[in-house]
Structures are given as structure tokens and as C-alpha cells.
Design a protein around this ligand. Structure first.
Ligand code: GLU
Length: 498
């Protein structure tokens, strides 16, 4: 069987973790089976769809490196399918159902529908079984077909509703959840398929398009499970075979409630701004509700494409763990070369004004910036942290108060003496070929002078970086060079000797 699946978002909000997880699973499933992954914008709800969200969708896909395989011209993937561009198509299908006696024209006004809704809500409030409470009372279901057709043809405002077969049970097999059955009387009573503005509802457009696009599998969020019996009924009314359904496990926040803004960032845009790497997001998202049964956590998109299958999905809800995602981000940061990481951190450095008032960076600053990546790579969880960690390489760090320089148990005098030794080492340290050489040099000197290595390095570190905790000292010193390091240690000494 050719695998064809799709991600079918409605552009009514920013792309978030849940949506992207659905997109990714569909993408991986199609790739794992040599199939086709389709992107389809379900924008038939014109009042809620927004161009900005469509742009956000494309940007998110581009940033994550996900590409769909097919678009309307079939020639290439350039543009995805967009339902509003296909809106002429759906009426024919709604009318076909009328012809088959499976749907009917409804002439009830919006006011009447609202009134029925209110009455039902009052009458059934407190009762289980939901849909009766708010649903339509099926008043137009029994208008004789020729009378209804004549009224519609004369231009009377109408919708088209599905005639849900009553007294029956709809069954289907979910690929993950197993057998599902639903009493038709509990399905949304005779839902609208075609609205009075001629646009299809989600249900009609979704089913017609999945059929026309030859979709073999529908992998979607579990919140759509309650729409599926209705869709299955629709497929049967058309006389079509329905695709296989697979409702994906929910994504929860750490408190066991559905993941939402209350828990932290959820939109991909926000993660991106915070300095997450797409690889980290892809890797972590691919594990939300799936396990690949291997003794490792790191998988590239390619590796995921090779490994994904529906039997790797879990039934239990997935818990979104921000700390774990942060860990992934650190891992992927460490895999970058200094040059790649510099390129990724550059926008954050620019907006932090790291290179001074001219904006920058000039060639020299860029060299320093790239070299500095090696110093911080192991310590970075997010790209945006980079400029703060290496600011001392670009401008003089503010001089801390004298006590900040003191190693444990040392006073001002002793600290000054230690810094004097440190200052003598600046030149050879700046010239040392690597950390190992630098370290043996400092060790030797500490032994010779009878001081502790840590005590020797503390005032030197604070003098050069402005802080007791900093990126590696020897590397920093080599980047700063002997001249600037001598200047900084000189000023620090002056403070301590005051
Ligand atoms: N348009 C629906 C959404 O916004 C599609 C659900 C489905 O995949 O069928 O998610």
C-alpha cells in the first residue's frame, strides 16, 4: 500500500508543540515507508484564519527543515494544498449526498439555531451524553426532498446537513487505541456540511480532501477522536473507504494537565527566540509519545525517518519536560563546530550590542567571537546565553570590589601577592600552545612559590573576566592576548594595593 499522510492545520494560531508533533509523526511515518507527506491548510473558517498564521506555518517548517512532498500542481512541492482555493469543489459533494438521501437542506436561521441550543441546554443540563444538549433539533430533516430542492434553487438561504443514521452504532479500528464504537445518537446531531456562505465546514472539507488526495493514514491529535465517528459515517454515506486512523497520545504539562501556555513556551516561535536549535526540538518532539527502543536519546531527523513506525507509539500520554528539552539543546549545541555556533549566536550578540555602538562585528571581533565559542560550547544551554558569557572578551568588564578577588581565607595583601605572581605568568600563558601547556606552567610556578593552584588562579581570573566563575581561564587569556591581559591585571593590582 502506498503510504500517503498529511498534516492539516487550520491557520488560526501559531504553530505549537502539539501541532508540530503531529506534523513530525506524519512526516516520519511517510518517510519511513517511502510514502508521501502532504501539507494542507484547512482555512475554510474564514473568520478565524489569518495570513500571519499561514506565514508562521511556512517559517516553522522551513526552520525545522521539514518539507512536504506534494502540492496542487503535482509538479512539485512548492505550494501546499489550501482549502480556500478549492472552495468551489465542496458543494458538489454535499449535493451528491443530498442526491443519495444522506443529507438535506436546512433553512433554519442562525437565530433559531441559537434559540434551540439555549432551550436544549436548559432541558438537558446535568445529563450525560453531551451532544443532545447543544445540538440541532433536526427540524428540516423531514421537509420533502423536492420542496427543499425548490426552495434552495429559488435562492432561499440554507445550509446542508448530514443525515446521521439514527439507532445505529459506528465502529472503527484506531491503529493505536484499538476498537472504538460510538452510538450514532450520541454523534453531533446532523452537523452542517456546507455553510450558508457556501463554504464547507471542517468535517466535509476534511473528509472530501482526504479522499481526493488518496490519504491512507490519518495521524492526528486525540482531541479529534470525537469527530472521527462522524467522519466515518460521512465516508460510508459517500460509499468511500476511510483511511486508517491513528489518534496520537496527548501531550501533557508536568502537572498532568494538557500542555498549554501556563506551563511555559508552547509556540515554536517562542522556542526559536529563546535560542533552541531545530535539531533539539525535532529530536525531543519525536519522543513525545513514541519510544525507539534503543539505549540512546539522540537521533537525527534522518535516523528518526529510518526508525519511526506506528508500533513505536505509546498509548499513555506524553509529559513535556522542559528540562529534558534544555538538555537536548545543550547536546546539539556541543555538536556544532565553532564556526556554525558563531553563526547561530551572532543574531543574539548583535541584539545584545556585544560588538559596540557600530553594530559590528569587524573581522577581528568575528575571529574572537568564533574562538570564544570553543570556550562556552560545553556550558551553553541556549544560544541567547552566549553574549552574556563572553562579554568580557569584547569590552572591559566592570571592576568588581576588592573582596571578589580574594581566594578562600586570603586577605587583601595575600591576594595582591598572588596576583603579582599571576601577572608574571601572563605573557608565557598567552603564548602557551594549549591548555595543557598552560596548566603545567602554572602548576610548576605554584609549587615553586609554595601556593595553592586555585589560590593563584582566582585573582587572575577575576582580573581578566570580572567574575569568580567564568569560561576557561587559559583559553580566555590566549584570546585576550598578553597586552590586554597585562592591562587588566595591572588595574586590578592597583585596586588591591590601594
Ligand atoms: N484542521 C484540523 C486541525 O486544525 C485537522 C484535524 C485533522 O487532522 O483531521 O488540526
Amino acid at each position: 500500500m502506498e503510504i500517503r499522510d498529511r498534516y492539516a492545520p487550520s491557520p488560526t494560531g501559531l504553530q505549537h508543540i502539539g501541532g508540530i508533533r503531529t506534523a513530525l509523526f506524519n512526516y516520519l511515518f511517510a518517510r519511513s515507508r517511502g510514502g508521501k507527506f502532504i501539507l494542507r491548510l484547512e482555512d475554510t473558517d474564514r473568520s478565524r484564519s489569518d495570513e500571519a498564521y499561514v506565514r508562521n506555518l511556512y517559517e516553522t517548517f522551513a526552520w525545522l527543515g521539514l518539507q512536504w512532498d506534494e502540492g496542487p500542481d503535482k509538479g512539485g512541492p512548492a505550494a501546499p494544498y489550501v482549502q480556500s482555493e478549492r472552495s468551489g469543489l465542496y458543494r458538489k459533494y454535499a449535493e451528491e449526498l443530498i442526491g443519495r438521501g444522506r443529507a438535506y437542506y436546512c433553512f433554519c436561521t442562525a437565530e433559531r439555531i441559537e434559540q434551540v441550543r439555549q432551550e436544549r441546554k436548559a432541558a438537558y443540563s446535568g445529563e450525560a451524553g453531551g451532544s443532545r444538549e447543544s445540538g440541532y433539533d433536526r427540524r428540516c430533516r423531514n421537509i420533502p426532498a423536492d420542496e427543499a430542492a425548490a426552495r434552495a434553487a429559488s435562492g432561499e438561504a440554507h445550509t446542508i446537513r448530514l443525515k446521521i443514521p439514527l439507532g445505529e452504532t459506528t465502529r472503527f479500528t484506531d491503529q493505536l487505541l484499538g476498537e472504538i464504537e460510538w452510538k450514532n445518537d450520541d454523534v453531533n446531531p446532523d452537523p452542517v456540511l456546507l455553510k450558508s456562505d457556501g463554504f464547507p465546514t471542517y468535517h466535509l472539507a476534511n473528509v472530501v480532501d482526504d479522499h481526493l488526495m488518496g490519504i491512507s493514514h490519518i495521524l492526528r491529535a486525540q482531541e479529534w477522536l470525537s469527530s472521527t465517528p462522524l467522519h466515518v459515517i460521512l465516508y460510508r454515506c459517500f460509499g468511500w473507504e476511510h483511511p486508517l486512523f491513528c489518534h496520537l497520545p496527548m501531550v501533557m504539562g508536568p502537572d498532568g494537565k494538557k500542555l498549554s501556555k501556563r506551563h511555559g513556551a508552547t509556540s515554536i516561535d517562542e522556542f526559536r527566540r529563546q535560542g533552541y536549535l531545530p535539531e533539539a526540538l525535532i529530536n525531543y518532539t519525536a519522543l513525545l509519545g513514541a519510544s525507539y527502543g534503543e539505549e540512546r536519546d539522540i537521533f537525527s531527523l534522518k535516523e528518526l525517518e529510518e526508525r519511526f513506525s506506528l508500533d513505536k507509539l505509546n498509548k499513555a500520554p506524553a509529559v513535556f519536560d522542559y528540562k529534558k528539552l534544555e538538555w537536548y539543546n545543550g547536546q546539539y549545541i556541543r555538536m556544532k563546530s565553532d564556526e556554525e555556533l558563531a553563526g547561530l549566536c551572532l543574531p543574539y550578540a548583535l541584539s545584545a550590542g556585544l560588538f559596540g555602538p557600530s553594530g559590528g562585528p569587524d573581522a577581528g571581533q568575528l575571529r574572537v567571537f568564533t574562538a570564544a565559542m570553543a570556550l562556552i560550547k560545553e556550558r551553553l544551554s541556549f544560544l541567547h546565553e552566549a553574549p552574556g558569557k563572553i562579554a568580557y572578551l569584547f569590552s572591559e568588564p566592570p571592576m568588581p570590589p576588592a573582596e571578589e578577588f580574594f581566594p578562600k581565607k586570603a586577605d587583601r595583601e595575600k591576594t595582591a601577592a598572588l596576583l603579582r605572581i599571576g601577572r608574571e605568568l601572563v605573557k608565557p600563558l598567552a603564548e602557551a600552545a594549549d591548555d595543557e601547556k598552560a596548566e603545567s606552567l602554572v602548576k610548576e610556578e605554584a609549587e615553586k612559590r609554595g601556593v595553592k593552584l586555585g589560590d593563584l588562579l582566582m585573582p587572575l581570573r577575576v582580573a581578566l573576566t570580572g567574575a569568580r566563575v567564568s569560561p576557561p581561564l587559559f583559553g580566555s587569556l590566549r584570546i585576550l592576548g598578553a597586552e590586554r591581559s597585562l592591562e587588566r591585571t595591572g588595574r586590578a593590582l592597583a585596586l588591591l594595593e590601594k
